[in-house]
Design a binder for this molecule. Structure first.
Ligand code: HMG
Length: 436
């Protein structure tokens, strides 16, 4: 490890993805909703929606992404000095997801943990926070673990429903940025208070003013791009690939069209340009759906794992948008030795392991989630092994993990009552007596 000079010495050392183990084909959803499948598939560019089973939640996705990262890149979790979770699917108004990740991923005690929320911008805010922390140099040799994790949920039958998805992306940030090196241009950010997409704390599903949100997104893109191009002197042609936050793949098409028109004064040649520089980044989003804060990094993993793209050494532009709204444009370089770590994001493995579900199962899974969020509701997980969500007991979320008591082994999957000796409240420490 040498001395760190600038943001160019810092970036993503390792990146891993986890997605739920089921998906719903959007054609199936369209038929159930009485909508022409062409609207969801071609109009929005969606293909499949990742659907969480009742034993999966943003915590489970985050822990599995982090564990996959440590295993596949052979990283010792002891190197982590900070965990930042970017999410808008918080499971508690006070206790951060980062604390669950910290315990279940086996991280060291001398570690800072917190969540960041700004709609889909949370993952990027975490990444920027982490690079600043590494640059600050107060924990020499330590790395930051940034995880973007979200489960997108809209009302059944609403315009947003076909765009739903879920995923977690774990990124190790440090001073050996083999996967993605951030370039040292001045920050290009845009903030504006807008009501385009929101989720009041009393609701499980998001609300959106859909067409307005598209306009807000495009305005923020123009704001960021104007700032970036004037401070860096780089034009659109300087980028090999452009990754746009993808709430649905057609949004990235609209975004690139806007920038292309601005940059070229409406010159011909948009379609081949889009196919060459944007389309290779979108296949994984079409598989997963909107994973909110994780979406941009699902695109990045898709580019890194694209069968016909050698991204090594290429310059990429990343546009992150979070409703409400805050947005940022970042220039970065993919590491030169991509051949050494390609395949380790786990993206292709987790997608290949998924099972398709029927529309009825999708509705049952949603109902299962609502039930497990109520206090006193518990079910042994259906997932055969690994970290899983079991329900809420004594107002606490209960997860199966490596410390799961052996007594549970005798419970059958799907049992609805808690094995008696699992969920007994932890004994309170004896109070110190005066004079002790
Ligand atoms: P809608 O209003 O029902 O759809 O929902 P539409 O009528 O606008 O149709 C969509 C497209 O399908 C149109 O194409 C139609 O022409 C086409 P476009 O004009 O856009 O090119 N179409 C068809 N194509 C082929 N065959 C057919 C057919 N019928 C129609 N038969 C909307 C669309 C995006 C509004 C909805 O999905 C929604 O509300 N989504 C949620 C909000 C959202 O995703 N906003 C995006 C920007 S904000 C953002 O990205 C932030 C976010 O990720 C949250 C966060 O930050 O946390 C959402």
């Amino acid at each position: 490890m040498g001395s760190i000079r600038s943001v160019a010495d810092v970036g993503i050392e390792a990146l891993a993805v986890h997605v739920p183990r089921h998906y719903l084909d959007v054609g199936t959803l369209a038929r159930a909703n009485g909508v022409d499948p062409g609207k969801y598939c071609f109009g929005l560019g969606c293909r499949r929606m990742a659907v969480v089973a009742p034993d999966e939640d943003p915590v489970v996705l985050a822990v599995r992404a982090a564990s996959g990262l440590f295993e596949r890149y052979d990283i010792d979790p002891a190197c982590v000095g900070m965990v930042v979770v970017g999410t808008e699917s918080g499971v508690d108004a006070a206790k951060p997801i980062a604390t669950y990740v910290h315990r279940m991923a086996g991280l060291p005690r001398d570690c800072r943990t917190f969540d960041i929320q700004h709609a889909c911008y949370g993952g990027t805010a975490g990444l920027r926070m982490a690079t600043g922390w590494v640059l600050g140099g107060l924990r020499p040799g330590k790395k930051a673990l940034v995880i973007a994790t979200d489960v997108a949920r809209y009302e059944i039958g609403s315009p947003g429903e076909p765009t739903q998805g879920a995923a977690a992306v774990a990124m190790l940030v440090g001073d050996e940025p083999r996967v993605l090196r951030l370039e040292p241009y001045p920050e290009a950010v845009h903030t504006e208070e807008v009501m385009d997409f929101w989720r009041p704390t009393y609701r499980a599903t998001a609300l959106a003013d859909g067409h307005h949100s598209i306009e807000c997104y495009l305005r923020a893109l123009e704001g960021c791009w104007g700032g970036f191009t004037s401070s860096s002197g780089l034009g659109l042609g300087a980028f090999d690939y452009l990754l746009y936050h993808s709430p649905f793949p057609k949004m990235a098409f609209k975004a690139h069209k806007r920038l292309y028109e601005l940059a070229t004064n409406g010159a011909a040649g948009f379609d081949p340009d889009y196919e060459r520089r944007v389309l290779p980044t979108l296949w994984s989003n079409a598989e997963v759906g909107n994973a909110y804060s994780a979406s941009l990094y699902v695109s990045l993993a898709g580019l890194l794992e694209h069968a016909e793209v050698d991204a090594a050494g290429k310059r990429v532009g990343l546009f992150s948008y979070g409703s409400g709204c805050c947005a940022e444009f970042i220039a970065a370089r993919v590491g030169d030795d991509a051949a050494a770590w390609r395949g380790r994001t786990g993206l292709r493995q987790v997608l290949a392991a998924r099972r398709e579900i029927t529309h009825e199962s999708y509705l049952r899974f949603r109902q299962g989630h609502e039930e497990l969020a109520r206090d006193g509701s518990f079910r042994t997980p259906l997932a055969p092994d690994g970290v899983a969500f079991c329900g809420t007991w004594n107002h606490q979320r209960v997860y199966r993990d490596a410390t799961w008591p052996a007594a549970v082994a005798s419970a059958r999957p799907g049992d609805t009552c808690p094995p008696s000796d699992v969920l007994r409240p932890a004994p309170r420490p004896a109070r110190a007596q005066a004079g002790d």
